[in-house]
Design a binder for this molecule. Structure first.
Ligand code: BES
Ligand code: ZN
Length: 442
């Protein structure tokens, strides 16, 4: 195994699950490993404590005549459940079929380490970098980056830069370099509906009192009309219409037809707002999704019961120029309006993130495209992303620079799911991409 793969395996062995309080020290050990790796490369490192997981910074010696390039990544990962569905243990990485398997392989350790190793190769070869470099790595992306925004505000002057690069997004298909120029935003909430003071016999009381599970089902059903159009008042008010050039360009992007979407997801039919292709629905239209729903008896066989309470978790993906706070209040008003009588409704608002869009043809954008072309041997496609990285828009607002998104995640990489994987080929291309990127940006 190469030294570079060995580094990735070491990095992947830390169960740095940010959401799980049982893993606080694993997240910390992972940050310590990064500090060691980065200082071993001759960079100046800083570990910044936060209320939860540390932020890692590394820099070379800056020179007044060079451009400053900030590279962002996250070293925390998602939980592994359901762990029984993994073909190999999530934190014991291995290579099978040309892929590295393990939690974080793609999201985001593999992509992040490609940045680091691109820098390491350049340093070994040339003794210095063509840019002033700032690495900014956080351990809280998967929980909504609660401490990064205050950190950015506080250290704004130290983080001043000319360009920001991030590899935490996708490629539309293997071998097709992809530059993202947009991300969806997000707002989440959880509803709890309560009825009787305890579970009831459904024969003794069914028909005479409201059933909380039915109420939750009604709320869920109230979010869309039969065509998949979101039925919340004012939800689409600020949605920026797709531009003609984007529709034309996206129609030619490989890997994102309705059929591709079906094949990748294993779904039975493409479904969504009428009048939009799968790519348009994913990249330029907002959504209302149920992420979880529960209540009542879930065990084997039947149990005749009226549950005392039921719940659902919702997330809404947002596009420019929707505002998460505004949508969150429209959602709450909608839920209150549609909650049936005879139960109580409690809405707990979760995390927010703004949508992001930038000009892919800016000077930095062009440099990013050339670097992708150098690494992959062909010109990149330009897309927006369906996923969210809230801190990208925050960085744009606070540091005044539009981050470039040079993603390496493939549609079958299974991020956030069992059997997450990263092609060795993409890891290697990612290292070359980062070398080319520093050169082009300089
Ligand atoms: N790297 C992903 C986001 C992503 C993946 C964007 C692939 C585009 C393509 C990131 O780690 C992530 O999962 N973000 C969360 C948001 C967060 C607020 C929990 C998401 O999109 O659900
Ligand atoms: Zn993620």
């Amino acid at each position: 195994m190469t030294k570079q793969l060995n580094d990735l395996f070491d990095f992947l062995r830390f169960p740095s699950i940010s959401t799980d309080s049982n893993h606080v020290s694993d997240v910390r050990h992972c940050a310590d490993w990064l500090i060691q790796k980065l200082s071993g490369m001759g960079l100046d490192t800083e570990l910044h404590e936060t209320a939860r997981h540390p932020i890692v910074i590394a820099r070379n010696t800056h020179q007044a005549d060079k451009k400053t390039c900030l590279i962002y990544g996250h070293y925390d990962v998602q939980p592994v459940d359901p762990v029984e569905l993994w073909d190999s243990p999530p934190f014991e990485p291995e290579i099978r079929d040309g892929k590295i398997w393990g939690r974080g392989a793609t999201d985001n350790k593999g992509q992040m380490l490609a940045h680091i190793l691109g820098v390491e190769e350049t340093l070994k070869e040339k003794g210095e970098l063509p840019v002033n470099l700032i690495f900014l790595f956080e351990g809280e992306e998967e929980i909504g980056s609660p401490n990064l925004v205050p950190f950015l505000e506080k250290h704004k002057a130290d983080l001043a830069c000319d360009v920001i690069a991030v590899s935490d997004t996708g490629m539309v298909a293997k071998g097709v370099p992809t530059m993202g120029y947009g991300l969806r935003g997000i707002t989440c909430c959880e509803v709890t509906v309560k009825g009787p003071s305890g579970d009831l016999h459904s024969g003794l009381y069914g028909g005479a009192v409201a059933n909380p599970a039915t109420a939750v089902a009604r709320l869920v059903a109230s979010l869309h009309d039969a065509n998949g159009h979101i039925a919340i008042d004012g939800f689409y008010d600020d949605v920026r219409p797709l531009e003609d050039w984007e529709r034309k360009m996206w129609a030619k992007v490989p890997g994102v037809s309705d059929d591709d979407t079906l094949a990748i997801t294993g779904s039975h039919a493409a479904f969504g707002e009428p009048g939009f292709s799968s790519a348009e629905r994913l990249w330029a239209r907002p959504t209302a999704e149920v992420n979880g729903i529960g209540g009542g008896y879930q065990g084997e066989g039947s149990k005749t019961v009226i549950p005392a309470e039921a719940m659902a978790k919702f997330s809404f993906r947002l596009v420019p120029d929707q505002d998460p706070e505004d949508i969150s209040s429209k959602v709450q008003a909608h839920l209150e309006k549609h909650c049936p009588e005879g139960v109580t409704l409690d809405v707990e608002v979760g995390h927010h993130g703004k949508p992001y869009i930038c000009d892919p043809h800016s000077e930095n954008g062009k440099a990013g495209q050339i670097a992708l072309e150098k690494a992959f041997g062909k010109a990149p496609v330009l897309i927006r992303e369906g996923g969210s990285i809230p801190v990208i828009q925050d960085m744009k607002e606070i540091l005044g620079v539009e981050p470039l998104m040079l993603g390496l995640a493939l549609p079958d990489c299974q991020i956030h799911a069992p059997n997450e994987n990263f092609y060795v080929e993409n890891f290697e291309a990612g290292i070359q991409l980062n070398r080319a990127l520093l050169q082009e940006l300089a």
